[in-house]
Design a protein around this ligand. Structure first.
Ligand SMILES: Nc1ncnc2c1ncn2[C@@H]1O[C@H](COP(=O)(O)OP(=O)(O)OP(=O)(O)O)[C@@H](O)[C@H]1O
Length: 263
């Protein structure tokens, strides 16, 4: 389980302070796939970094159990893969760091590359692959690690629409097969509703959880039928109007910059 309680994060540089997260509280149950949407700049990346332990919260708590069971897929696959390492070595690296025995590593790497449809690319270098394939390598690397929690930070923002649809289906099928907990951050409302069992909506900065929605669509989803389902349309409309309301809130309030009275 993943639990975030009263999380607040203020960035300080010199005399400037930015309150990226004001007060976030939510839980993600073990094995759940939850999507988090919010307007640009509302602190989604900050939240994931706090959950991953890459950033310390200003106040509040994040409980993830054992952080060594956590893997992240970032948006920028170009920067998250090492260009001087082959696909195999990129996927293998976290397993080496985890000190998994060599024979088991070989199995895990092969299984993960098969799972993401990249058989035969083991000896290629990331820069020899398309953007979508590189993102598959990043997903394989996370999956091979056998995480109990997978954090995904707008992982498909930089790929074309068709590849994105394929990768969304890949995430759902891996999740159904492997049963890990997934927190998937996106600014794409349709993607959040298509993928999630639940969607958490963040307000504009200073950020709180504004609303949440249970996605009561059938577990078996496909790009054509699910997106045309009237229930899908109703759900995405609800998320859309919440996000719009959140944006309107920004227009009348501070965009996270702290006034001296807030500090
Ligand atoms: N290292 C930093 N120092 C100061 N301010 C920061 C830092 N990182 C992020 N911020 C600010 O915190 C706020 C939230 O940023 P963050 O990147 O977490 O948002 P986001 O929702 O992921 O954005 P986007 O959707 O555009 O990717 C922004 O106002 C940003 O400028």
């Amino acid at each position: 389980m993943l639990e975030v309680k009263g999380l607040r994060k203020v960035y300080r540089s010199g005399s400037r302070e930015v309150e990226a997260l004001r007060d976030l509280t939510f839980t993600v149950a073990a094995g759940e796939l939850v999507c988090l949407v919010g307007p640009s700049g509302c602190g989604k990346t900050t939240l994931l970094r706090c959950i991953a332990g890459l950033l310390g919260p200003t106040s509040g708590e994040v409980t993830v159990g054992d952080r060594s069971g956590l893997a992240i897929v970032f948006q920028e696959y170009g920067r998250s893969l090492f260009p001087w390492m082959t696909v195999r070595d990129n996927v293998d690296l976290p397993l080496r760091q985890k000190k998994v025995p060599k024979a088991r590593r070989r199995e895990l790497v092969a299984e993960a590359l098969t799972a993401v449809g990249l058989d035969g690319t083991e000896s290629a270098y990331p820069w020899q692959l398309s953007g979508g394939m590189q993102q598959r390598v990043a997903i394989a690397r996370a999956v091979a690690y056998e995480p109990s929690i997978l954090l995904m930070d707008e992982p498909f923002a930089a790929v074309d629409a068709q590849t994105r649809a394929d990768l969304e289906d890949l995430v759902r099928s891996l999740w159904q097969r492997l049963g890990m907990t997934i927190l998937f951050v996106t600014h794409d409302i349709d993607e959040a509703v298509y993928l999630g069992q639940r969607v958490l909506m963040l307000s504009a900065s200073p950020t709180v959880v504004q609303d949440e929605l249970t996605v009561d669509l059938p577990a078996e989803r496909d790009q054509l039928h699910t997106r045309a389902d009237p229930r899908f349309v109703t759900l995405r409309t609800r998320v859309y109007s919440q996000i719009q309301a959140a944006k309107t809130g920004t227009a009348s309030g501070a965009a996270g910059e702290l006034s001296s009275a807030d500090r």
